[in-house]
Design a binder for this molecule. Structure first.
Ligand SMILES: Nc1ncnc2c1ncn2[C@@H]1O[C@H](COP(=O)(O)OP(=O)(O)OP(=O)(O)O)[C@@H](O)[C@H]1O
Length: 115
């Protein structure tokens, strides 16, 4: 039980760091996600629609977090210009982009019929 609690503390610390240091993460967490949730509540969406939207929010935020983790590690490995680090960072950025595009498509599929 104490181990589980410690894991939550570490994860919470990670969230606090992301919110304090990453502009994109802040935008998703404090602007995009609340807007989507407010619109979903206003439109009285079905359970599956809520599930799809919440999953998208979690996916985008989670991949933003992983992208930041990789950037931090890459910067610790080398601050010099390195084509391999560029590949790794670009791939992580692509993961975020793909999730954001998928979330946008899901948003259109869910919201358009209600509007
Ligand atoms: N050490 C490096 N060597 C080579 N290319 C790099 C290096 N660091 C960053 N880059 C290039 O710059 C891009 C942006 O990297 P950076 O670490 O500045 O991320 P960022 O601007 O903070 O991105 P994000 O908005 O996703 O947080 C990378 O995708 C990569 O193409």
């Amino acid at each position: 039980m104490r181990r589980l609690l410690r894991s939550f503390v570490f994860a919470w610390r990670g969230l606090a760091h992301l919110a304090a240091s990453q502009r994109n993460f802040r935008l998703h967490l404090f602007l995009a996600a609340p807007l989507v949730i407010a619109a979903a509540a206003w439109l009285d969406l079905a359970v599956w629609e809520w599930a799809a939207l919440l999953l998208c929010i979690a996916l985008v935020l989670g991949l933003e977090a992983m992208n930041t983790a990789l950037e931090i590690l890459a910067d610790r490995v080398s601050r010099e210009h390195d084509p391999v680090i560029a590949l790794a960072k670009d791939a992580a950025a692509a993961a975020v982009l793909l999730a954001a595009l998928g979330a946008a498509v899901v948003g259109l599929i869910v919201f358009l019929p209600h509007l």
